[in-house]
Design a binder for this molecule. Structure first.
Ligand SMILES: Nc1ncnc2c1ncn2[C@@H]1O[C@H](COP(=O)(O)OP(=O)(O)OP(=O)(O)O)[C@@H](O)[C@H]1O
Length: 336
């Protein structure tokens, strides 16, 4: 029987030149689901997936386990990793130039991906490349098949990068800040495209973003990362309505809200520590207004709460599960 779990990360750690930047990430991605990874710059969001896909430079030391459909891909033969990368799991980045070759026309680049991942050739490969260009919303694909990346706009290059990623019919698309470099209207279009493609193909999505609003549109679940660890994980509803880690709350307080009276934005004081200089105990404690002596001496484990979320905090904020569930059922009643 095929398990519901598509990708399982267990104790994933990464060090660069002996300095640990990722401290044992555990995360299960189920088939078809969309999970957001959020946190300030430098928290380890990108490194998590670059490590899982063997895309980090040679100086990185990666340990732990990455299973795809139960098969270990970390530290195994290169052929196993290559059979997964691009085909089972594809990754797209903020900057399309990291994936698109400027001196090869777009049609050929997508066709080559189809040759590699799906062994399509000739007319069949071209027809499929055109279908993918059409699917990601490139108008007049047939006429633009022979154009080069610089002949497309930034948003269209992002769409073309997504088309290349789809060439292998991946089970999981990892989208690393895919909209950050785009203006607001194009950002919204790319988000809609990701949502549509997931509906159409049933692929799972990891959405890495600073933009909590975008995460809530695309994902059902989110992981909040801080200093190389997951500090809170739960459904979008649970995290947005009732953040329990002071860091999650801090991220929300620091963004403008469009859905209510304009409140003062409260930035989180201080900055993310350098991985070389992590404080004792909870890494967030020096920036946390709720921190007590125990936070500075010990580090809380990531543990399951009554409402199903995972939390790593000795002194959570917000409401315990019971109150939250009552609030959720009131919301349900109000909308039904
Ligand atoms: N190639 C590298 N060599 C050394 N350190 C690195 C390398 N890549 C990442 N790091 C370090 O690993 C840590 C995690 O970086 P990562 O890029 O995963 O953060 P992030 O949460 O994705 O941030 P951003 O949102 O800015 O991309 C940071 O301290 C970063 O400086």
């Amino acid at each position: 029987m095929i398990s519901d779990n598509l990708v399982e990360l267990h104790g994933l750690t990464v060090a660069f030149d002996g300095v640990k930047v990722l401290h044992g990430i555990d995360l299960t991605v189920r088939r078809g689901e969309a999970i957001g990874l959020v946190g300030e710059s430098g928290c380890g969001k990108s490194v998590t997936w670059l490590a899982a896909l063997g895309l980090l430079p040679g100086k990185a030391t990666v340990a732990g386990s990455v299973r795809v459909d139960g098969q270990e891909i970390l530290g195994g033969p290169r052929t196993v990793l290559e059979s997964v990368r691009g085909k089972r799991i594809a990754m797209i980045f903020q900057d399309p130039s990291s994936s698109l070759n400027p001196v090869i026309c777009i049609g050929r680049q997508i066709t080559e991906a189809l040759v590699i991942h799906r062994a399509l050739t000739g007319k069949a490969a071209k027809a499929e490349a055109l279908r993918l260009m059409d699917m990601v919303g490139i108008p007049d694909a047939r006429r633009r098949f022979d154009l080069f990346p610089h002949e497309f706009s930034g948003g269209q290059c992002q769409r073309l990068m997504i088309a290349m990623a789809l060439a292998g019919e991946p089970d999981l698309l990892v989208a690393d800040e895919p909209t950050t470099a785009l203006d607001a209207t194009i950002q919204a279009q790319i988000l809609d495209l990701l949502i549509e493609l997931r509906k159409e193909t049933g692929m799972a999505t990891i959405f890495i973003s600073h933009d909590l609003g975008a995460v809530s549109q695309v994902c059902e679940r989110a992981c909040v990362m801080y200093a190389g660890r997951i500090v809170e994980q739960g459904t979008i509803a649970a995290l947005f309505d009732n953040p329990r880690h002071p860091y999650t709350r801090g991220l929300f307080d620091a963004i403008p809200r469009l859905d209510g009276p304009r409140e003062r934005l409260i930035p989180i004081p201080g900055t993310v520590p350098h991985p070389r200089d992590l404080p004792e105990g909870c890494a967030f404690s020096p920036r946390c207004s709720h921190a007590a002596a125990d936070c500075r001496s010990g580090r809380p484990n990531l543990s399951a709460m009554d409402d199903g979320r995972l939390l790593s905090c000795f002194h959570p904020v917000g409401h315990p599960a019971g109150l939250m569930q009552a609030a959720e059922s009131r919301i349900q009643e109000a909308v039904s």
